[in-house]
Design a protein around this ligand. Sequence first.
Ligand code: MG
Length: 357
Amino acid sequence: MDIHTPLVTSHGTHSQRTASLVEITTSDGVVGWGENVAPSGVQYVGESATQSHASLQMLALLLGGRDVDVFEMFAETWWGVSEKNFAKHALESALWDAHARTENVSLRNALGGVRDSVMPGVVVGLASSVDDTVTEAVSRVAEGYRRVKLKIEPGRDVQVVRAVRTAVGDAVILQVDANAAYTRDDIQHLSRLDEFALQFIEQPLAADDLEGHALLSSRIRTPVCLDESVENCDQLMRAIESAACSVVNVKPSRVGGIGDALRMHNIVATHGLDAWVGGMLETGIGRASCLALASLPGFTLTPDLSASNRYFDRDVTAPFELENGEIRVPNTVGIGVQPLSWVFEHPEVKIETLFQA
Ligand code: MG
């Protein structure tokens, strides 16, 4: 999948992805689809796309032929296999789709979702100049997005945010994401972002520096959101107990599955934190299940799930479109979408059978 507008973050540049889709057939013949969204060529958390594909092959052999209850599938219950969260999520989300299809309900309803549509946000990556960032942010707002997240890093922060805030005005919700590019020495500097009325600053410091995030939270008015720091419920509880954040980005792929994302949703709701569902440049398959999750009541902020055409000229499913600044949450059976026929006919698409009963 070519990404027509490459996304630059402090981790690197996303210009292509190898979309890895998973099809699971249950013993009753019901088919479910999932997606492995491990990033290609960029260091985020966990595994690269290549490593994660190998994990997927291994986990599929473990899962194949077993009697499983999707309500009991969590990242730590994969028969002693630790980590490999992207691959676990790919399989588990396909099981959720199959489960909802078996029950003849939408995934949204199977998960307890309450919204018919969500207001998505759009991510504007690092650009070579302030002007380029402003130009992109302004054109995204013109496309209908009402929330913009700017990627920042040392040297490309206060000035960029000021210019974008001036250009888009106060009505647009602005957030920033540093992908762990700062250290505790930058706390004073980061407090300069307070004047721009940001909804939050996401993952400013290293993933393992909860104490640093707690310190930062006590020194700035802008709410601190954690992403890379929170890979499971234990880490989430530690982040809450240490007052490291007031907002959490829950990515089902990063935390190992929809079930884990649901548990984290319940924890943040109980503790009164704000939370939202983060995207990973997924195709329509991964996007559909993320939208179902984002319709849960405890996901109080807008998700990072833009329309298909934000990244791809042609999505693998019917495209998700922005209508009046919102994207509809699929509410037909299962995840509500499936791969289109071109996917199976495309010369570069490889189809592999990982387990056959
Ligand atoms: Mg992030």
